[in-house]
Design a binder for this molecule. Structure first.
Ligand code: GCW
Length: 864
């Protein structure tokens, strides 16, 4: 199947964000007066809405269990927002019941407001972002109070109430008191000023275009709603690379508009800064962080920012990393750079999130002691205690780079006198780029729950980053979000990751299943079968992806110098990037032990190091991250490493096929638009999982010389290779890397005027019957080739002709764009001529890998 185009935007619930309403309407809305009218006339300002994500508020099948009248005690912007959100949500959940005017009500207020109203009332003392929701029932009146430690907490309470109601929970006797575990709950955008997004897979930026802040900020307001609904309080707007331009006066004015748009939702903006800005845009001849002129430049710039954006949250810094300038150029440390910024931000309560992602990407791969995994700890641990109190060290969850599985970064246990945040990726850079379903919460949970045993005590990562373990005021979680104009994250199910990120930053003790369940109920349906099936799919998706990409701690075996998408096993080796797996003829894995390897293991506390130091005690799923072992090494269940590599890839691909069947089982139970949007994505994934499976199993078969005990790897009895076909016009090509194509080769149709199309023909000579025919081809960027399959000159069904119109990376045939189209239920008998005709278009040469004759299935089965 081909990848479907982006989701057409849903038109449900188009109500503009609070920030875009004229003040007059805003105040009427906050009093509840014109809300029905607003809902009805639709206000179609923004095509991109929060209702495309989880804020759908589908009408419930039962009557609401809470009063519909919402009465805020105060007038602040956030309290108004809370009232508006509640009215909007209740109206929609109740199926449009007119707003009540009787005595029953939901009352909103801060602790101070309530105290003012009734000085005798016993009130709890609440922290800044803490809320209490409680129900009171008298003889004549039902009331629900949402009390906040601040007006933002009231907004969080309002969303918590709606979240529960949307899941069908009875809130008539509610008594819910919550506060966020972490003070930093930020999303990072890697948006560029030109509107492109680094590692974004959902179209262009909602913030920037062509060097400016966009005129239309309606989607930004909708995004802020989404963020606030899960308790996210900060949004860093721009890419950590190439950030200097964002500090120009013209840009800052635009950023102030963004801040204004997000402010009604309590989301504060921050910026990534380039440490070389004083030189790049400030006209100085240095950016040495200890130079007085540089310090004063930053102070002036920061004051300018705060004069435009009084609640500006702070800076994120990537320095001395992957070509970005940094303090090392002047012999200064990250602490010197961070503290210079921190000093200028401190009077405004701003913070610096300094990224620990600092490493040498020109490492010597011939040096067995070189190890990128060591870098963060080696650089930052010695600086512990040297950072100003408003500096937070932001560390990626693992020591390499968002791979499908890594151990937890040892730095979390190595900074006991420094505030820390964990950075993770919501955008699926190394995990299938949203074309593959990968629910990441289980992966994040493993990190959050991992006990670093720092100082020999219980110190799970979640306690460290929430500040509890080492008694720090600041700390938290930062998610690189990658949202864009195409339905936020392009794939509807990928939004579960954004949701899960916020929920875990609020409460890292929630389980991934609970979060999947909540998300599904709000987004898809409360139907038990739908909830069960979608939750199951989500929970199985990361293990499945790990199985068919990089099991046993091999990391994602992807094209690391290119797209980071399809398989390219050797791209990790023989270069300075340090994502080495050291596979050779005898064995695989990187020795990071203290005794014989790079010594990385020694960066963990003794108890954790003891676990990883020996290959026999290292958990199987991280074995090859920590050790180089022969292919015949026995895992804990006695299976050999090589056999596990084969089995896991076949299991993972089978699991991906299963997702299609699970999804189709929901057809009658869920919204048809959602159903149809997701189905081709899952079908594509099932096909691409086979590409991954075959690439890695073929590769390790050849390298190890050890056959698959089940005879699958390298043997494809139902396949007819394009290079073996009778070819007209098509030319045989070598695919690079070879494992990306079946047998290492494919055929290309070079366009020329005399011959507008090419064909490959095979004579069928197995038993007669009905079959599915899978055509494996390469769908390149820069053109839309066309294909037709015929049997004895006739297309067997309407689905036998199709266009290669998917959106895949790169412009040469390899695994990134290898995809399959299945023609179902075709009658074949010996002697039949099976022919594929390819018509190239511009840069797309209609390249073909093979066809595969499979048992016939129904059209929407994944097992084809
Ligand atoms: O993983 C790498 C990404 C880069 C990114 C970098 C980082 C923003 O491939 O695109 O740059 O990490 O985190 O800084």
């Amino acid at each position: 199947m081909r990848n479907s185009p982006p989701n057409p935007h849903s038109t449900q619930n188009r109500v503009p964000p609070v920030s875009l309403l004229r003040p007059g309407i805003r105040s009427l809305l906050s009093k509840g007066l014109v809300f029905v009218a607003v809902l009805q006339c639709g206000f179609t300002i923004s095509a991109q809405t929060a209702s495309q994500a989880w804020l759908k508020y589908h009408p419930l099948s039962k009557p609401l269990t809470v009063p519909m009248r919402v009465s805020p005690l105060g007038q602040s912007l956030l309290e108004q927002t809370a009232a508006i959100e509640l009215r909007r949500g209740l109206l929609s959940l109740s199926g449009g019941t007119p707003l009540e005017s009787g005595p029953n009500m939901i009352e909103l207020g801060t602790v101070q407001e309530l105290r003012k109203q009734d000085p005798k009332q016993a009130l709890p003392s609440l922290e800044q972002d803490e809320f209490l929701i409680s129900a009171h029932r008298g003889d004549l009146i039902r009331e629900i109070d949402i009390i906040g430690g601040s007006d933002r907490a009231i907004l969080y309470g309002a969303f918590a109430l709606l979240r529960n109601l949307a899941q069908g929970n009875d809130m008539s006797k509610v008594n819910l008191r919550e506060r966020p575990a972490m003070s930093i709950r930020w999303v990072d955008e890697w948006d560029n000023a030109d509107g492109s997004i680094e590692r974004g897979y959902a179209g262009r930026s909602i913030f920037f275009d062509d060097g400016h802040v966009r005129e239309d900020l309606a989607p930004v307001g909708e995004y802020a709603r989404l963020l606030a609904s899960i308790g996210i309080d900060g949004c860093n707007l721009n890419n950590v690379n190439n950030a200097a331009v964002f500090l120009t006066p013209q840009m800052l004015e635009g950023i102030a508009r963004i801040a204004e748009t997000m402010r009604p939702y309590g989301v504060r903006v921050s910026l990534s800064v380039d440490i070389a800005s004083p030189q790049k845009i400030g006209g100085l001849n240095t950016f040495d962080p200890l130079d007085p002129a540089v310090k004063s430049w930053w102070t002036t710039k920061i004051n300018e920012i705060y004069s435009l954006i009084p609640d500006f949250a702070g800076f994120t810094v990537k320095a001395d990393s992957e070509g970005q300038p940094g303090p090392a150029s002047f012999g200064r440390t990250p602490a010197d750079a961070a503290n210079t910024l921190a000093a200028a931000l401190a009077p405004h309560n701003g913070v610096v999130l300094y990224r620990a992602f600092v490493y040498n990407h020109h490492a010597d791969w011939r040096d067995p002691k070189a190890d990128r995994a060591r870098a963060a700890y080696d650089i930052f641990h010695p600086l512990d205690g040297k950072f100003a109190s408003n500096v937070i060290i932001q560390t990626k969850e693992g020591p390499i780079d968002f791979q499908v599985r890594e151990p937890v970064s040892p730095l979390f246990g190595g900074l006991t006198q420094t505030s820390q945040a964990m950075e993770l990726q919501i955008t699926q850079e190394y995990t299938g780029q949203q074309r593959h379903l990968v629910y990441l919460a289980p992966m994040w949970k493993q990190v959050l729950d991992f006990d670093m045993r720092a100082g020999g005590a219980s110190t799970p990562v979640k306690q460290i980053i929430s500040g509890k373990s080492f008694n720090r005021k600041l700390g938290g979680m930062v998610g690189v979000s990658g949202i864009g104009q195409q339905a936020w994250l392009s794939s509807p199910l990928a939004l579960a990751n954004l949701y899960a990120f916020g929920r875990l930053a609020w409460n890292p003790d929630l389980t991934s299943e609970q979060i999947a369940d909540e998300w599904t109920r709000q987004t898809i349906s409360n139907d038990p079968a739908a909830v069960r099936t979608v939750t199951k799919m989500l929970m199985q998706s990361w293990p499945a992806y790990e199985n068919y990409t990089g099991p046993l701690g091999l990391q994602t075996l992807t094209d690391i110098t290119g797209s980071h998408y399809g398989p390219n096993i050797e791209s990790s080796e023989n270069n300075g990037w340090g994502q080495w797996h050291r596979a050779d003829h005898d064995g695989v894995g990187m020795d990071r032990s203290v005794a014989t390897g790079t010594g990385f293991v020694g960066q963990y506390s003794p108890e954790v190091a003891k676990l990883y130091e020996s290959a026999t005690t290292t958990p199987d799923d991280l074995l090859l991250f920590f050790h180089h072992v022969p292919y015949t090494w026995k895992l804990h269940d006695r299976k050999t490493v090589i056999q596990y590599l084969y089995d896991s890839h076949y299991d993972g691909a089978a699991q991906a096929a299963q997702f299609v069947d699970e999804w189709t089982s929901l057809k009658a139970r869920i919204d048809p638009e959602l159903y149809n949007d997701m189905l081709p994505r899952l079908q594509y994934q099932a096909g691409h999982a086979i590409v991954w499976r075959d690439a890695i199993t073929q590769y390790f078969l050849k390298l190890s010389g050890i056959p698959d005990a089940q005879g699958r790897a390298g043997h494809y009895p139902n396949r007819l290779e394009a290079e073996d076909a009778h070819l007209t016009g098509y030319k045989v090509i070598d695919v690079n890397p070879w494992e990306d194509a079946s047998g290492g080769r494919a055929v290309n149709c070079d366009q020329n005027a005399k011959q507008p199309s090419c064909s490959a023909e095979w004579t069928y000579n197995a038993k007669a019957g009905r079959f599915n025919i899978a055509v494996q081809y390469f769908d390149l960027q820069g053109g839309t080739a066309r294909f037709v399959l015929t049997i004895n000159g006739q297309p067997p069904s309407p689905d036998a002709s199709w266009s290669a119109d998917g959106m895949f990376p790169t412009t040469r045939p390899h695994a990134d764009n290898s995809t399959r189209h299945i023609v179902h239920n075709v009658a074949l008998k010996p002697g039949d001529i099976v022919r594929v005709e390819g018509t190239p278009d511009r840069q797309d040469p209609a390249a073909l890998d093979y066809i595969e004759i499979l048992p016939a299935t129904s059209e929407n089965s994944g097992h084809s």
